[in-house]
Ligand binder design. Structure first.
Ligand code: IPE
Ligand code: IPE
Ligand code: MG
Length: 257
């Protein structure tokens, strides 16, 4: 049983949904079957996040680098994405969820864009939770795009170079319009970021789970949030709690500060 406090919830949670291929392999299926199960996990986690009251959930569904996978796998993923958007339409609109997408959306097949764009527009005014799908997304690509935008403004004479601040860049990151991620979860056992939300990760808390994405359930999400809630975020400042030292006998000694 995991306890999640109603207060002190992370406002923006990002998830690197990894492990579909390995799940398929261990169950003797092809990789696309793993992605199908992964899609069911997305539905579960979106519902759980909304019920918990998270304000923003960003799901890494397809990276810019994932285009380099075999064509058959990419096609299967795009088909599942279209199916997901069609299938979740009522759930999204009926529950006041705002659906957003970040990444190189123009690179997605027209059949995906044809369902993505209307849902994005129709849900624009919703505010119970923002569900952002990172599609054809890369953190470095997002930073490069923001840099291009700044350069264009400087060239046009509308921006002074000394106004190129960390905040100015932040303001140009579509992934951060919902605020910095407070908690980023990666499933599937790898301990890496794989080009997700690079700029926004500055002070995010990281949670790595060995559970493969198709098996990731509500309880796993609660566990990640409970782990987040047990941490002290310091943002470079001095912490509230006095530092503690555990003696050989296991006794905790509070150090004077
Ligand atoms: C994550 O699962 C889904 C995508 C990257 C689209 P993977 O397909 O990367 O699964 P593994 O890492 O091979 O197990
Ligand atoms: C990250 O997973 C991308 C998504 C979950 C969409 P990958 O499977 O592509 O990452 P690497 O290749 O293991 O770093
Ligand atoms: Mg992977």
């Amino acid at each position: 049983m995991v306890f999640v406090e109603a207060r002190n919830l992370p406002s923006h949670v990002g998830i690197i949904m990894d492990g579909n291929g390995r799940w398929a392999q261990t169950h003797g299926h092809d990789r696309s079957a793993g992605h199908r199960e992964g899609s069911a996990a997305v539905r579960r986690i979106v519902r759980a996040a909304r019920r918990l009251g998270l304000k923003a959930l960003t799901l890494y569904a397809f990276s810019e680098q994932n285009w380099a996978r075999p064509e058959q796998e990419v096609d299967a993923l795009m088909g599942l994405l279209r199916e997901f958007l069609l299938g979740e339409r009522d759930e999204i609109l009926g529950n006041g969820i705002r659906l957003n997408a970040i990444g190189n959306i123009g690179r997605l097949p027209a059949l995906v864009r044809a369902v993505l764009e209307p849902l994005r527009r129709e849900s624009e005014g919703n505010d119970s939770m923002t569900l952002t799908l990172a599609l054809s997304y890369g953190g470095r690509e997002e930073i490069a795009q923001a840099a291009r935008e700044l350069a264009t403004r400087v060239k046009a004479g509308t921006l002074e170079t000394d106004k190129i601040t960390a905040e100015a860049l932040h303001g140009l990151m579509p992934s951060l319009t919902v605020g910095d991620p407070d908690l980023v979860i990666r499933t599937g056992g790898e301990r890496r970021i794989s080009n997700f939300l690079l700029y926004g990760l500055a002070y995010a808390e990281l949670h790595f789970s060995d559970t493969l994405w198709p098996e990731f359930g509500e309880e796993d999400l609660y566990e990640a949030i409970a782990s987040y809630q047990a941490r002290e975020r310091r943002f470079g400042k001095v912490g509230k709690a006095a530092p503690q030292r555990v003696t050989a006998g296991g006794q905790v000694i509070r150090l004077a500060v």
